[in-house]
Write a protein that binds this ligand. Structure first.
Ligand code: NDP
Length: 245
């Protein structure tokens, strides 16, 4: 697998867990070559072993999306190694929920750095290469939090509203590069395991467990957008479990 005419070179940020890892599994099973990025390289190495053992084609590189240099090196290394890149999935994200008046400003900064700036850096690294080739696809992971704000989620929602705006702006400017926003609802992952007010985090974790869908459902939506012909751009997909209001 990974070498047929329909096989694409697909870079996935935040591939060490949750939606990113599920997307790597789905796209590798579809015959694409996946390049995985995240900070926890032990997880990436184990996932690459798993994908190869299943007959897939994959490699990985350490990535911190808050560093423009790190994102550039992730994208350019894949480009040098494979000669081109077809798809970048800007998936890395963090969610630290808390009321604004608790002033967890370092966590606000982190959400802006990872969710928004990380996506911007991904576009900055991949777009020139795709434009030069006259084709490519940028898939940004939004959220249902890009459409509605809830208490304790103001900054997280602000980053996802911004990712949605950024994605729509890029789409409007693009004729050759396809641009897709995939916005999941509650999804089973590690998103609620780190950061935020501990009480709020526990409630969010319980909600995600009760109302969430498997990460593979989001991976399927991403795979659908990627599988369309080059002339067809799936602009937005919102996917959530039937029990989420
Ligand atoms: P996980 O916590 O399971 O995955 C988040 C991924 O982001 C990890 O692989 C993590 O890797 C990576 N990441 C975090 N910080 C950085 C960084 N600085 N540089 C590189 N990678 C980083 O959560 P999900 O799978 O749920 O999250 C994936 C995306 O889906 C996020 O954008 C999230 O906002 C979005 N989303 C999730 C929903 C949910 O309910 N789970 C709902 C809607 C949207 P590492 O720590 O190894 O660097």
């Amino acid at each position: 697998m990974g070498n047929s005419a329909d096989s694409k070179i697909i870079l996935i940020t935040g591939a060490s867990s949750g939606i990113g890892a599920a997307t790597a599994r789905r796209l590798a099973a579809d015959g694409h070559h996946v390049v995985l990025g995240a900070r926890r390289v032990d997880r990436l190495a184990a996932l690459v072993d798993e994908l190869r053992a299943a007959g897939g084609s994959a490699d990985y590189h350490e990535l911190d999306v808050t560093s423009r240099d790190s994102v550039l090196s992730f994208v350019e290394r894949a480009h040098d190694r494979h000669g081109h890149i077809d798809v970048l999935v800007n998936n890395a994200g963090v969610m630290a929920l808390s009321a604004l008046d608790t002033l967890r400003v370092d966590e606000w900064d982190q959400m802006v750095e990872v969710n928004l700036r990380g996506t911007m850096y991904g576009i900055a690294a991949a777009l020139p290469l795709m434009r030069a080739r006259g084709t490519g696809h940028i898939v940004n992971i939004g959220s249902t939090a890009a459409y509605r704000v809830d208490p304790t989620a103001a900054i997280y929602c602000a980053t996802k509203y911004a990712v949605r705006a950024l994605t729509e702006g890029l789409r409007q400017e693009s004729r050759d590069v396809r641009v897709t926003l995939v916005s999941p609802g509650y999804t089973h992952s590690e998103l609620t395991e780190r950061g935020g007010d501990p009480q709020v985090r526990a409630a969010a974790r319980a909600a995600a467990e009760e109302l969430g869908m498997p990460a593979s459902a989001v991976a399927d939506a991403i795979a659908f957008a990627i599988a369309q012909p080059d002339s067809v751009d799936v602009n937005e997909i919102i996917v959530r479990s039937t029990v989420q209001g």
